[in-house]
Design a protein around this ligand. Structure first.
Ligand code: SF4
Ligand code: SF4
Length: 366
C-alpha cells in the first residue's frame, strides 16, 4: 500500500515486537476464551479440553528438537492443514501441539504421525519426561561451557521410553543451560544440566586495549575482581582469581578475555526444582554433581547420571511426588546414598549470605 500522509498508521508494517498473540488463535480458542472448564489426558500425548459451551478441543503433542529445518516445518504445516484446519502451536518445551476440533480426524492424525517413522513421537504429557528446554550451546552463544543440543539429544535418546508413557510418579522436567547465565530453566527443574566453567578468563594483554573498553570490563564483573593494570607497554587488566566465580560476564564485554577451556569446562547436575504450586511451593534446584567432563558427541557420564537419578526416583517416589518433594521426604542424605552420588565439599553452601539458609539442625535421616 502507498504511504498515506493523512493516516500514517494505515497498513503500517513493522518488525518491532511480535504480532498480538490473539491474531493467531484458532476460532475455537477465540470463541471459548475464558470459558474452558476442564481438561483430561486421554492417553500419553493426547489432551482433551472441554469448554462450558460444550466445545471440545483435542491436542496431540509431539516432540521436536529446538533447532529444526525448513523442510521439517513444511511437513508440520502440511499435517496441520490436513487435520487441523491449519492450526497448531509450539509449547515452551519445543513440543508441537496439533489442535483438532473434528473428533473424526483425531485417530487419522495419530495414525498419520505414527506412520512417519520416529519424526513425530507422541507424548510429553502428564507423568512423563517431556522435551528438554535448552539453550544455544556451542552453536550460537559465546560463553557456553558445553554444547546444548548435543547433550540433550544424547540424554533424551536414553530416556525416550519415558516420553510416550506415563510410568513415572509425576512429570519430570529436565532443562539444560550451557553456562550459569542459564537461559534455560535450570534453577527450577526436576533435573538440571548446567554448563560450568572452572577456570578464570585468560587475559590476552596485547589485545585488551585494542578491542575492549577497560572501564566497561571493570564494571562488568559482579564480584569486583577486575582492575586496570599496565602490563609492559600494554594497557590491560588484572583479575583477582580469589574473587572470580568464572561467570564469563567480562568476556561478554571484552573478547580478549576468553573463558572457554577444554579442561576447565564441563557440566554440573542439579535436582529438585519445580515451578508449580501443586502440594508445595515452587522450589529451586540444588547441586547434585558438581562436575562431569565434556564428552562429545554422546556425553556418556552425563547420560549415565541423569538416567540413574530418573530410575531411582521412578522406583522410590510416591505417586504425584516430584523429584524435589521425593528428596525432601527421604532426606538429602538418603538421596546421595540411593543414587550412589558422592557427597563432596562443593555441596556445602559457602555463599557469603548462606548463614540465613544453612541447615543448622543436628537431625539427620540416615
Ligand atoms: Fe549463552 Fe549462557 Fe545462555 Fe548458554 S546459558 S546460551 S552460554 S548465555
Ligand atoms: Fe569477574 Fe566473572 Fe570475569 Fe570472573 S569471569 S573476572 S567473576 S566477570
Amino acid at each position: 500500500m502507498p504511504f498515506d500522509p493523512n493516516d500514517i498508521m494505515k497498513d503500517r508494517l513493522t518488525d518491532i515486537g511480535p504480532p498480538k498473540y490473539d491474531t493467531f488463535w484458532p476460532p475455537i480458542i477465540k470463541e471459548n476464551y475464558g470459558k474452558w472448564k476442564y481438561h483430561e489426558i486421554l492417553e500419553p500425548g493426547v489432551l482433551l479440553h472441554v469448554s462450558e459451551t460444550g466445545a471440545k478441543l483435542y491436542s496431540v503433542r509431539v516432540g521436536t528438537s529446538r533447532l529444526v529445518s525448513v523442510d521439517y516445518i513444511r511437513e508440520v504445516c502440511d499435517i496441520a492443514d490436513k487435520y487441523c484446519d491449519g492450526y497448531l502451536r509450539w509449547t515452551t518445551r519445543n513440543n508441537i501441539e496439533f489442535l483438532v476440533t473434528d473428533e473424526s480426524k483425531l485417530k487419522l492424525l495419530i495414525e498419520d504421525l505414527k506412520s512417519r517413522g520416529n519424526w513425530f513421537p507422541i507424548g510429553g504429557t502428564g507423568a512423563s519426561i517431556t522435551s528438554m528446554v535448552h539453550t544455544q550451546g556451542w552453536v550460537h552463544c559465546h560463553t557456553p561451557a558445553t554444547d546444548a543440543s548435543g547433550v540433550v539429544k544424547a540424554v533424551m535418546d536414553e530416556l525416550f521410553e519415558y516420553f510416550g508413557s506415563h510410568k513415572l510418579p509425576a512429570q519430570v522436567r529436565i532443562a539444560l543451560a550451557c553456562c550459569l547465565n542459564m537461559c534455560g530453566a535450570v534453577h527450577c527443574s526436576d533435573i538440571a544440566i548446567l554448563g560450568v566453567h572452572r577456570k578464570p578468563p585468560f587475559i590476552e594483554h596485547e589485545r585488551v586495549q585494542n578491542v575492549c573498553e577497560i572501564p566497561l570490563v571493570v564494571a562488568s564483573c559482579p564480584t569486583y575482581a577486575i582492575k586496570p593494570k599496565k602490563v609492559g607497554e600494554y594497557k590491560s587488566i588484572e583479575i583477582n582469581y580469589e574473587r572470580c566465580m568464572f561467570c564469563g560476564n567480562c568476556y561478554t564485554m571484552c573478547p580478549a578475555l576468553p573463558i572457554a577451556d577444554q579442561d576447565g569446562d564441563g557440566i554440573a547436575l542439579w535436582v529438585g526444582g519445580k515451578v508449580s504450586n501443586s502440594r508445595v511451593p515452587p522450589m529451586f534446584s540444588k547441586l547434585a554433581i558438581p562436575y562431569l567432563p565434556n564428552e562429545p558427541p554422546r556425553w556418556p557420564s552425563v547420560v549415565k547420571w541423569v538416567k540413574k537419578i530418573v530410575e531411582v526416583y521412578a522406583s522410590d517416589a510416591r505417586r504425584y511426588e516430584r523429584v524435589g518433594e521425593w528428596i525432601n521426604r527421604i532426606g538429602w542424605e538418603r538421596f546421595f546414598e540411593k543414587t550412589g552420588i558422592e557427597f563432596r565439599h562443593e555441596h556445602i553452601d559457602d555463599y557469603r549470605l548462606a548463614m540465613t539458609t544453612w541447615r543448622t539442625t543436628t537431625q539427620f535421616k540416615f
